[in-house]
Design a binder for this molecule. Structure first.
Ligand code: SAM
Length: 325
């Protein structure tokens, strides 16, 4: 991180991206010591960021070329909006080096530093911001399957829909759909902010509520849980799916999207797995897609399918009302 941040901040990456550069020229231009810069560029080379051509023993004649797309990739990894920067705002260092104590239950992340539910507006805003920072794969999957998800649907409720980032994206894919976010009332101002920036603000609504304290609102023919069910133990997830079944109109569509359990996704989830070791109020459990396909059938849904994507999307339909005998 230090090497990449420094290369970006110095402006070295801009120069390297415009074409191969000689070490002597780089040192002169940026006021750097050639021998030190040589070692620094070795670090970048070891990360696969630059390709070196060293014609002879004179290191100042060595030339370096950036691999294509380097600057954008480095901005994504260390820039102000990078997921790494977001995760670093959390007090994970309190566990660092003390994992054994944490595993024995001797230390924990104090509630004031992180806990569920968030206690202050700042904690709520920070948490939802972290969520939307990692939402890309879900947005991609919803967009990819939009052509079959939304035609004929009128009202969509994104349950536990964060600050409305996904809902706002869906509006762009479904010009006739009304989309509401269901979330704890304190999240309303964050959804207001998303609405101000979205393509069609009057189609993005907010319904405040607590899905443990009350039934999910009815009147929707599509309803989603995106990274919501994996926060809870099996019996609680089941209750939420049952509540969705009750709420949906006959023929309504349920969508479940989260990181189903594979080695790659566990790796993407590594920060939360690690940090939440010391947070007992938050569960976080990656499941296999089959857990949900089975659960949906047991609860009464039909036409259960797993649609492909960076994160897959499990969809299912509530049966139309049976004809009266
Ligand atoms: C892990 S986040 C996922 C947010 C969003 N769907 C995403 O993927 O970015 C869980 C969401 O569920 C919401 N949530 C948690 N408990 C809730 C409750 N009891 N009632 C309603 N929403 C709740 C949180 O506020 C948060 O927005």
């Amino acid at each position: 991180m230090d090497v990449l941040t420094t290369a970006l901040d110095l402006g070295l990456l801009d120069t390297l991206e415009s074409g191969p550069a000689r070490l002597g020229d780089l040192a002169g231009r940026f006021g750097l010591q050639p021998v030190r810069l040589y070692k620094f560029l070795d670090c970048l080379e070891s990360l696969g960021c630059v390709v070196r051509d060293e014609p002879d023993d004179d290191i100042e004649q060595a030339t370096y070329a950036a691999v294509p797309g380097l600057r954008a990739a480095v901005v994504a990894v260390v820039g102000p909006d990078a997921i790494e920067r977001d995760r670093d705002r959390y007090p994970w260092r309190q566990l660092h080096g003390r994992l054994a104590e944490s595993l024995r239950g001797e230390i924990a992340i104090p509630d004031d530093d992180f806990g569920w539910p968030p206690k202050t507006h700042e904690q709520t805003a920070a948490f939802e911001q972290s969520m939307s920072a990692g939402l890309g794969p879900a947005i991609e999957t919803f967009h990819r399957h939009a052509y079959r998800l939304w035609p004929g649907r009128r009202r969509f409720l994104d349950v536990g829909g964060g600050d409305g980032t996904l809902a706002a994206q869906v509006l762009g894919d479904a010009p006739d759909l009304l989309v509401d976010v269901f979330n704890l009332p304190e999240v309303a101002p964050l959804v207001d902010r998303t609405r101000d920036r979205c393509v069609d603000p009057q189609r993005l609504g907010f319904v405040g509520g607590d899905f443990f304290a009350e039934p999910l609102p009815s009147g929707y023919d599509a309803l989603a849980f995106v990274r919501v069910l994996h926060d809870w133990p099996n019996d609680v997830s089941r209750r939420l799916v049952e509540s969705a079944y009750q709420a949906l109109s006959p023929g309504g569509l349920l969508l479940i999207c989260e990181e189903f359990r594979t080695p790659d996704r566990l790796a993407m989830q590594f920060f939360w797995s690690y940090f939440l070791i010391g947070v007992d109020s938050s569960f976080s459990r990656l499941r296999d897609a089959e857990f949900y396909t089975g659960l949906l059938q047991e609860v009464g849904f039909e036409k259960v399918e797993v649609l492909p994507g960076t994160w897959e999307l499990v969809i299912a339909v509530k049966p139309e009302e049976p004809f009266a005998e």
